[in-house]
Design a protein around this ligand. Structure first.
Ligand code: GLU
Length: 467
């Protein structure tokens, strides 16, 4: 079987992480089995669809490396085709015009709900003669769904799910204004795009039973379905902003790496033994639906942070530095030139092991690019009392005398100085850290001093002693 999958977001909001995970699963499944992964923007709802949301979805997918293959399909361009299919269904007796007024529909619904029925439409116009049609009402077109029997789906995630056809409504294909409904367009487009596997959130499982009715009416091949459980917040309710869940572009702006986010999303609901870090290469070898769980997974930002920090540590340094400089360029008052970039390159190992995101990495790297005198934070200022200043001022001489400026030589000199004056190492190292970095936490102070070079170290010590 030729495999074709598709991701079909509606551009009514930004690409959220649930959508990104659906895209990822579609991508992995198609790629793993040598198939095609397509993208369709479901923008038939012209009022709610926005250009900005489409842009955000496309750029979010691109950033994640999940752009569709071939041309993106914009569903609204297929409206004529959707209408033509409705005409075929009307012609072959599988669909009919319904002239119910909103009041009639409202009554019907209340009655059905009272009687505990799931099909809210009572089929009033199903077999009525067209000669009954009122001339002042524009009709909708409904599909004649099967009244008896059962419909089963052998879902790749949910297993065998069966419903009685009597609960399936004669749903609307075409609205009174001639616009096709989601339920209709999705089937026509999936058929036309030769989608073999429909992989989406399990909130669409109910729709699948309706959609199957349409496939049958058109005598089209029914795709394989895989309805994946939704992502919930830490409290078990549907994921929302309240849980700290953001649009994909916000994760990019916060300094998450696309591969880390994909790794996290992949593990959310899919497993491969106890593996937590799974490269895209391995995911492409291993991904299948047998290891996708049936229960909703919970979004856990701490886990995402953890995975991101591992990806940052393992990233190629040259690329990491590029990302870092780009982020540092957003900070005001920094000196970004060959000298400071050189410092970043020399200090990257000490920096990258201390952060969870690229944004944090930039924050803790600013001291390498800052103008002297540094701005000290409050905690740092409190450290620099009279004694502390005396101690680091006294350190300038031994540091000046170092012949080969290196981490080891600096460490040796500082330890010797502490011993000589009977000082605890911390009482030297901490004020020195404040002088060199403006903060009380940084990579090893010997490393920092070595990276900054003697001139800058002396300048920074002198600048705090002068105050
Ligand atoms: N456009 C629908 C949505 O954004 C998805 C439809 C589908 O995957 O069948 O939820």
């Amino acid at each position: 079987m030729d495999i074709t999958t598709r991701f079909a977001p509606s551009p009514t909001g930004f690409l959220h992480i649930g959508g990104a995970r659906t895209a990822l699963f579609n991508f992995l499944f198609a790629q793993r089995f040598g198939g095609k992964y397509l993208l369709r923007i479901e923008d038939t709802d012209r009022e709610r669809s926005t250009e900005a949301a489409t842009e955000a979805i496309l750029s979010g997918l691109k950033w994640l490396g999940l752009s569709g293959q071939g041309e993106t399909v914009f569903q609204h361009k297929n409206i004529k085709r959707h209408q033509d299919i409705v005409q075929i269904l009307l012609d072959n007796g599988s669909a009919y015009h319904c002239y119910c007024t909103p009041e009639e529909l409202h009554k019907m619904r209340s009655k059905a709900l009272k009687e505990g029925r799931k099909n809210l439409y009572d089929g009033s116009w199903r077999d009525r003669s067209p000669s009954d049609a009122p001339s002042d009402i524009s009709p909708v077109v409904r599909l004649k769904t099967e009244l008896t029997g059962k419909t089963s789906i052998n879902d790749l995630v949910q297993g065998l799910v069966t419903v009685d056809n009597e609960v399936i409504d004669d749903f609307i294909l075409l609205r009174a204004d001639g616009s096709p409904t989601y339920m209709h367009s999705v089937v026509v487009d999936d058929h036309d795009m030769q989608v073999s596997h429909v992989i989406r959130g399990d909130d669409h499982l109910n729709n699948a039973f309706r959609q199957i009715q349409l496939y049958k009416a058109m005598d089209w091949e029914i795709p394989v379905f895989a309805h994946i459980p939704l992502i919930h917040g830490h409290d078990g309710t549907k994921l929302s902003k309240r849980h700290g869940a953001l649009g994909v572009e916000s994760y990019r702006d916060l300094g998450y790496l696309p591969d880390a986010l994909c790794n996290y999303l992949l593990r959310l609901g899919w497993s491969h033994g106890d593996d937590e870090i799974i490269s895209r290469e391995d995911a492409l070898k291993w991904f299948d639906f047998d290891k996708v769980g049936q229960s909703a997974s919970r979004f856990d930002i701490t886990k995402l942070d953890n995975i991101n920090s591992i990806y940052i540590k393992n990233l190629d340094d040259e690329y990491l530095i590029k990302l870092l400089i780009k982020e540092l360029e957003k900070h005001p008052n920094l000196i970004i030139n060959t000298t400071t970039i050189h410092r970043i390159k020399a200090g990257i190992n000490g920096l990258k092991t201390r952060v969870k995101t690229i944004k944090e990495l930039a924050e803790i790297s600013t001291f390498y690019m800052a103008k002297t005198p540094l701005q000290l934070d409050k905690k740092a200022r409190d450290i620099l009392n009279e004694d502390a200043i005396k101690i680091i001022n006294g350190l300038r001489e031994p540091l000046k005398n170092i012949e080969n400026w290196s981490e080891l030589a600096i460490e040796t000199a500082i330890k010797f100085y502490a011993e000589k004056y009977n000082l605890k190492l911390a009482n030297v190292a901490l004020p020195l850290r404040v002088a060199l970095t403006g903060t009380t936490s940084s990579p090893s102070i010997f490393e920092v001093a070595s990276v900054l070079g003697w001139d800058e170290v002396d300048l920074r010590i002198e600048s705090v002693c002068r105050k």
